[in-house]
Design a protein around this ligand. Structure first.
Ligand SMILES: [Zn+2]
Ligand SMILES: [Zn+2]
Length: 353
């Protein structure tokens, strides 16, 4: 089969690899959709950040896979051939406290914690070997490209939004309108938020957020942002803020543009933030949350709710590529001049724009 690797110098290496054979408790997936994540660009594509067991191990890339089971190994208990599935993107030991909570992302086993596309082969290939316990059922109402978006981005956003709670009471500020920020807008709408304000620096992303109806108002990142957000919210600031930017200034804006008793969640990875605890959070009784990926059970429930909400994450995919053009897919995603970028197969590719 053809499979894509990331050497770490802003190129992709597409070459032949053997089709794997599922062992005990494993399944072989025919890949259908594999989306590119900001963390792939930041930590693997441009350079290999993170060394040792946490780093990229030279495996097949892609940690947002969705596909159809074509073969099962012995000992599978739930899923069979033909099943449509999403792959939760980290395979944990299944036994440690974090795994038992469903958060395989923070599995503490050095030997068994392996993320797809980082330490074990991922979705940028014609087939993918996955462990059955990592699979989430993909309902018929959702496409595989919807599913790939859930595997990392939408799951991560939903977890963060559940932590801070979103309802019709809330005006929400989103700092950073890349794919994660756009997903935040889409989910906030369905969870009832009446006013959604976005901030970014890239014009194409600001326009996309408005065109897709995910933000009511969009601001260009700048020193007036806090005052602007307060002006848009009766002088008070937003009840909830979600940082998807990982940018120092934007994070400080998210904190300062949140009103008294408000909640802020940080989803964007990397970077720093500087703020003054007394005026910025203590005296205004604010709470800042950190949130990393999600659990398998919440991902399962998110999928159910996407169907109920008639929300299709694939609507945020602006570009689809066949595997042969995987290099163009990463180049575009690295440019930032796009929404979500997907490598697609079979029927998912034919839907391409
Ligand atoms: Zn991701
Ligand atoms: Zn574990």
């Amino acid at each position: 089969m053809k499979a894509a690797y990331l050497p770490g110098n802003s190129t992709t290496d597409l070459r032949e690899a053997p089709v794997p054979e599922p062992g005990h408790g494993e399944v072989l997936l025919r890949m259908k959709a594999s989306t590119i994540c900001g963390s792939d660009i930041r930590c693997i594509y441009r350079e290999h950040l993170g060394k040792g067991p946490e780093g990229y191990q030279g495996v097949i890339a892609g940690h947002e896979p969705s596909g159809q089971i074509v073969k099962t190994g012995p000992g599978c208990r739930h899923f069979g051939v033909g099943a449509r599935v999403i792959v939760y993107h980290i395979s944990g030991c299944g036994i440690c406290n974090d795994c038992r909570r469903g958060y395989m992302i923070s599995c503490t086993s050095e030997k068994y914690r392996r993320a797809y596309g980082w330490q074990r082969d991922g979705g940028m290939a014609e087939y993918l070997l996955a462990e059955e316990k990592d699979l989430i059922h993909l309902p018929d109402e959702l496409s595989y490209t919807d599913g790939a978006q859930v595997a990392c981005g939408f799951g991560t956003v939903y977890e963060g939004l559940e932590k801070i709670g979103i309802s019709g009471n809330d005006a929400v500020l989103i700092t950073g309108l890349g794919p994660v920020g756009l997903a935040t807008g889409a989910l906030c709408r369905k969870m009832g938020a009446q006013k959604v304000i976005g901030i970014d620096v890239v014009e194409a992303r600001m326009k996309l957020a408005l065109d897709l109806g995910l933000c009511d108002e969009v601001l260009k990142s700048g020193p007036e942002n806090v005052a602007d957000v307060k002006r848009m919210t009766g002088g008070q600031g937003v009840e909830r803020a979600v940082d998807c930017s990982a940018n120092d200034g934007a994070r400080a804006t998210a904190i300062r543009a949140t009103r008294k008793w408000g909640k802020i969640v940080m989803l964007g990875e990397g970077g720093r933030v500087e703020f003054n605890p007394s005026p910025d959070i203590i005296h205004d009784q604010k709470t800042i949350y950190g949130s990393w990926v999600t659990s398998t059970w919440l991902m399962d429930e998110l999928v159910e709710r996407l169907v109920r909400w008639n929300l299709h994450p694939e609507d945020l995919v602006t570009h689809r590529f066949e595997l042969d053009r995987v290099g163009d897919a990463y180049t575009l995603m690295a440019s930032g001049e796009c929404g979500k970028v997907a490598v697609c197969f079979d029927e998912e590719l034919r839907k391409g724009r």
